[in-house]
Design a protein around this ligand. Structure first.
Ligand SMILES: [Zn+2]
Length: 446
């Protein structure tokens, strides 16, 4: 199905909340990320509902094995029906609760028998109907650790949309907290939950193996990957570690090899075409391996474009210059101030120093050992949204118990950023063997 018309493809590949009006959708797709006014978001939610047919009812249909579609024209909801009760993945908009209930009954199942309620991420267009379905069924609400706050606040704790009233929905209480890679087992069906964050802090991809007519199908439900307008990944990041989350998510999804890929947002035309084919061909009609590869390649392209577009070289150089001066001030607290409150500094893959107190202690240990420490900046540049800061440090080891020898060693730090332009994670590296040789007087350095 690589012959979808371009417009339809954009809608399919846009697992997002807002950017549904054509202009905004194109902006997202072309990597122009900076449409950050609330006004756009407000306009788009209404537009999205209409143009993407989020609230329009759709006929339910069996996909394969225990898996059934029970969503709307534009939004996916999946029922996994077993003899021991059912799993429901995604509940669409708040209006979707009664629609999903009706679809489940139409398929001949009882919505009261839903035992586990899941969503790929807790935005209003995928968890809006949770409260209705939970009340109806008494189902266990299971969520990834990092997504618990979002669904329990009904979207109000969202890092980007939290202050927008129309993005909030009736909250539910989480009964079961999921860790990355945890499995959900019911009636002989096993779903695996993977944290694939970035779009939200705890967006979750579910994987499921099902059998239909003696054939096994690996089914993957990605949990939302879009970089919405206004999301900030590099300097002044929308949340600490967002770029690292997106990178890890894309790498993870690139490794997956689904037979059937099912997105949270639907392209109604493509879905109808497959539905018609499935009536004749059965489950094989839903196989879309090739489309998955195209989709994840496009997701990778959008992430790389967003990281490049948001990498401000002048800003990074200024940060690195000031950071260098902080080291030369020989005041460890000055160094720690460059880090997010929950930031970390890891040196040569050792135990990370986490938080400003520990980071200051790590910096102090060098400053104490080398009272005349001088750090120079050898260079700084962006690489895929990360800052690569290269340095040389010179000093004489005249601190307590020191060898008295002069050391000159070069290395680098690799930075990711948090809100306010602070460093969220720094991976520091230098040649520790050479450092020890110089301290022992074996080598004279460079
Ligand atoms: Zn979303």
């Amino acid at each position: 199905m690589s012959r979808r018309r371009p417009g339809a493809r954009i809608v399919t590949a846009l697992p997002i909340l807002v950017a549904a009006i054509a202009a905004a959708a194109m902006a997202v797709f072309s990597g122009a990320q900076d449409t950050r006014t609330a006004g756009v978001a407000k306009l788009s939610l209404d537009e999205a509902r209409r143009t993407m047919q989020w609230d329009e009812p759709a006929e339910p249909v069996k996909i394969a094995g225990p898996l059934h579609f029970v969503g709307t024209r534009g939004l996916a909801a999946w029922l996994i029906a077993t003899a021991e009760g059912h799993i429901l993945l995604n509940t669409t908009m708040p209006s979707g609760g009664p629609a999903i209930e009706a679809s489940i009954r139409k398929l001949g199942f009882r919505p009261e028998e839903i035992r586990i309620l899941l969503t790929g991420h807790a935005h209003i267009d995928h968890a809006g109907g949770h409260a209705y379905i939970q009340k109806l069924s008494g189902a266990t609400v299971a969520m990834m650790t990092e997504e618990v706050d979002l669904i329990e606040s009904g979207g109000r704790s969202d890092f980007h949309y939290g202050a927008e009233p129309e993005f909030s929905y009736q909250p539910v209480t989480v009964d079961r907290v999921l860790g990355d890679g945890e499995t959900i087992v019911l009636g002989g069906v096993t779903l695996t939950a993977y944290r694939t964050a970035g779009h939200t802090r705890g967006a979750t991809t579910f994987a499921l193996k099902i059998t239909e007519a003696d054939r096994d199908y690996n089914v993957v439900f990605p949990g939302g990957t879009n970089i919405n307008p206004g999301y900030r990944l590099v300097k002044d990041a929308s949340y600490p570690g967002i770029a690292d989350d997106y990178r890890r998510t894309v790498e993870y999804l690139e490794m997956m090899t689904p037979d059937i890929w099912l997105d949270m947002h639907l392209d109604p035309e493509d879905f109808d075409a497959r539905r018609a084919r499935a009536a004749k061909e059965g489950a094989a009609a839903w196989v879309n391996t090739e489309e998955y590869r195209e989709w994840i390649a496009a997701v990778r392209g959008k992430l790389d474009a967003a990281l490049a577009a948001q990498s401000d070289a002048a800003w990074l150089k200024d940060l690195a210059t000031r950071y260098t001066a902080a080291w030369c001030s020989r005041n460890a607290a000055n160094v720690a101030k460059f880090f997010d409150e929950k930031g970390s500094l890891t040196i040569n893959y050792g135990t990370p120093a986490v938080g400003r107190t520990q980071i200051a202690a790590a910096a102090q240990s060098f400053m104490t050992a080398f009272p005349d420490i001088v750090v120079t900046m050898d260079g700084v540049e962006f690489d895929g949204g990360r800052g690569i800061y290269r340095w040389t440090f010179t000093g004489t080891n005249t601190g307590p118990g020191g060898t008295g020898r002069a050391v000159r060693i070069s290395g680098q730090e690799e930075w990711s950023f948090g809100p306010g332009g602070l460093i969220y994670a720094s991976q520091g590296r230098f040649d520790e063997d050479e450092y020890k040789r110089q301290l022992a007087g074996v080598s004279g350095g460079s």
